[in-house]
Design a protein. Structure first.
Length: 76
């Protein structure tokens, strides 16, 4: 992990040749707050908001992650 909080852990990964950040919720399930964050984020378009790339499903560990571009030298 590159960062962790009470509700999620953030990992660095790659997608289609680009570096991405994966925000994995600690509950291991999609709950109402997770879905609301994903649905809201995907509608936003602003130069100061990272684009929402999608949801990654890790079926081997039963975890879900929100995916965004990785920002070197930054925190969110």
């Amino acid at each position: 992990p590159i960062n962790a909080g009470g509700l999620a852990v953030v990992y660095k990964g790659s997608y289609r040749g680009a570096q991405v950040a994966l925000k994995r919720v600690n509950t291991g399930k999609i709950d109402k707050a997770f879905l609301q964050e994903a649905l809201t984020w995907r509608t936003l378009s602003h130069k100061y908001i990272l684009p929402f790339l999608g949801i990654f499903v890790d079926s081997s560990e039963s975890f879900f992650s929100l995916v965004s571009p990785f920002m070197e030298n930054g925190t969110l």
